[in-house]
Design a protein around this ligand. Structure first.
Ligand code: NDP
Ligand code: SSN
Length: 290
């Protein structure tokens, strides 16, 4: 199957590589062209613009940083809308808000194309291992046609109904994750400052009811003060911001998420935006501030 792929960041690179390895013919595009090289070495072709990729492929997947990027790739010059037409499917797997997804859906369907949003749970390693959890919503036919690709990229795909539901589910999940990360970070600092061994705290947590893969994976590197980017902090803060906006729309009070968003914003302002989101720990343990 011939598939287009737009956006070769941490996630897009791993996901498109898996498609190539599984035998898909993949045409890639990335704003920074040099990121296409490794994919080309593994057999991918390059499209010069998003429009060129759409023209060549029946199905195109996008994995872009945020709503501004997702909209730009569709609506700007050389964008998806220039070539999308009847019989072509566009699957946006970026984490965006429901309004952005709906705008893209409307524009694509107006031109005869069909659209699916399909944000994912799971980070760099699950993307490399084809173990993502896919939260799809939108055109049911396109969902069914995308299953062979979803089976390569993920371990489970959910179909959640109308466009917007995938985006909302993803934001709820990441809002919980971001709040958990802040509580975890505060716990590590509290243990340390009150004279406890942080590794022992990790061992205790791992044996109890709140044991989870995130604490297990991030705990040791947070203790070391090491934050190699798997999920960039700037994207986690974007997700907290979008989740809080969803809370506003639905009059849901979320003081824990709001405080976590402030912590991520502070960490961004301290220069940790491109580090892993666990670098919010640098803000928590900064003695000059707290
Ligand atoms: N990393 C993770 O663990 C996870 C991330 N996500 C979500 O997936 C998406 C991608 O994440 P990730 O791969 O980590 O992010 P990266 O920052 O590594 O990659 C972002 C991609 O978006 C492109 N991009 C950014 N702005 C623009 C623009 N204006 N026009 C065109 N392209 C643009 C970048 O191009 P360029 O190379 O030129 O900068 C790059 O290809 C995000 O929505 C994120 O929230 C979801 C699950 C897990
Ligand atoms: O959006 C990023 C999610 C990261 C994860 O699920 O581990």
């Amino acid at each position: 199957m011939e598939v287009g792929f737009l956006g070769l960041g941490i996630m897009g690179k791993a996901m498109s590589m898996n498609l190539l390895k599984a035998g898909f013919k993949v045409t890639v595009w990335n704003r920074t062209l040099s990121k296409c090289e490794e994919l080309v070495e593994h057999g991918a072709s390059i499209g010069e613009t998003p429009a060129a990729v759409i023209k060549k492929c029946k199905y195109t997947i996008a994995m872009l940083s945020d709503p501004a990027a997702a909209l730009s790739v569709v609506f700007d010059k050389g964008g998806v809308l220039e070539e999308i037409c009847s019989g072509k499917g566009y699957v946006d797997m970026s984490t965006v808000d429901a309004t952005t997804s709906s705008q893209i859906n409307e524009a694509i369907t107006k031109k005869g194309g069909y659209f699916l949003e399909a944000p994912v749970s799971g980070s760099k390693k699950p993307a490399e291992d084809g173990q993502l959890v896919i939260l799809a919503a939108g055109d049911k036919t396109l969902y069914e046609e995308a299953i062979p690709a979803f089976d390569v990229m993920g371990k489970k795909a959910f179909y959640l109904g109308e466009v917007g539901n995938g985006a909302k589910m993803k934001l709820v999940v990441n809002m919980i994750m971001g709040s958990m990360m802040n509580a975890f970070s505060e716990g590590l600092v509290l243990a340390d400052r009150s004279g406890l061994n942080q590794q022992t705290l990790l061992d205790v947590l791992d044996l109890g009811a709140i044991s989870n893969p995130m604490f297990r994976l991030k705990g040791p590197t947070m203790i070391e003060g090491n934050y190699p980017p798997a999920f960039p902090l700037k994207h986690q803060q974007k997700d907290m911001r979008l989740a809080l906006a969803l809370g506003d729309e639905n009059a849901v009070s979320m003081p824990v998420a709001a405080a976590s968003n402030e912590a991520f914003k502070t960490a961004r302002s301290l220069g940790h935006g491109d580090s892993d989101f666990s670098a919010v720990h640098e803000r928590t343990r900064d003695r000059r501030r707290f």
